[in-house]
Design a protein around this ligand. Sequence first.
Ligand code: WQD
Length: 360
Amino acid sequence: DRKVGPRRRCILATGGAGYIGSHVAVELLSAGYRVVILDNFENSDRRVLSRISRIAPGGDVALVEGDVRDPATVEDVLRSHDVDAVIHLAGKKAVGESVADPLLYFHDNLLGAVALMQGMRAAKVPHLVFSSSATVYGLPKVLPIDESAPTGVTNPYGRTKLMIEQMIDDVAASWRGFRAISLRYFNPVGAHRSALIGENPRGVPNNLFPYVAQTAAGLRERVRVFGGDYETRDGTGVRDFIHVVDLARGHVRAVDLLLRSSGGWPLSHRRINLGTGRGYTVLEVIDAFAQACGGPIAYEIVDRRPGDVAVSLADPSLAAELLGWRAEHDLQAMCRDHWAFQLQSAPPAPRPVDARAPAA
Ligand code: WQD
């Protein structure tokens, strides 16, 4: 008779074909989990599945093209793949877009979370890791920021993250045995060392790293530095950038904890920061990226961006305590890996010829 080893636990990653999701899928496979990706490819690329398999050959990963906003789809995926826990990454995440169209964000992010948890309840899958964001802290009053810091809302996107955390509290109170962890991401950057997966934003990037990478590749004229008069060491904004592979490994530890701990789970919903505890300014990032790509990166200091905070910095000690997790990649690795992915996804455009240069 076929020797049946211990049953591999299975994790559903909604939005698993996206930037964060694909890295989470790779780390889950490396940790021995089966993975099911549910994605509607609205903001991700079908080719990601083959790249995940190239990075983690032999990994048991399945892809379901579908929409998390349909409870029946969720329930069906959970049952047919015998899922043990869900990591919910599907959702819209552009701050500026959320300000312009809040109803789109309430519809997609809030109803997506409601439908997901309805499907989980119907399929009796009681373990959830939710992709939350440091943006729920609003304007931080104390730095570094720990999980007890007051929350605040500075945009509709951040409001949906905070509201979903609160919805999870209510679901936990109503469903005995349900356990959840909301991971509050600081600033995810970088890419897998293989350069097979990474961040491929559509249109003009809102975030700093992809914009710097595209400038380094000659696809953008220069980086606009939003504000040079903050109370920081060089006047530009400070952020807690975290390598996406470190972030992904934090998700695996969170799933391990949910599936490992017995009923003695003190709180049925924990919030945990995923950050490094180390901040870098915008100019320090540009400088580090110039070193990684081996050439100068043009920038111009312009007015502050409305809604930006001066400094965002994590206190990551709860993640170390509860998850036994700590970020390991430094800024150089973040820039090196982000640049390597940029190179393979869009080879450098010819540098704009300086029209003033004398003809050769
Ligand atoms: C970082 C720093 C900017 C672009 C946002 C969301 C957060 C999460 C990550 C989704 C700031 C400066 C940026 C540029 C610049 N998103 N900057 N020129 O605003 O910290 O966080 O993205 O989960 O929820 O709020 O990240 O990369 O946009 O900005 O000077 O072209 O870089 O002012 O100081 P942010 P960011």
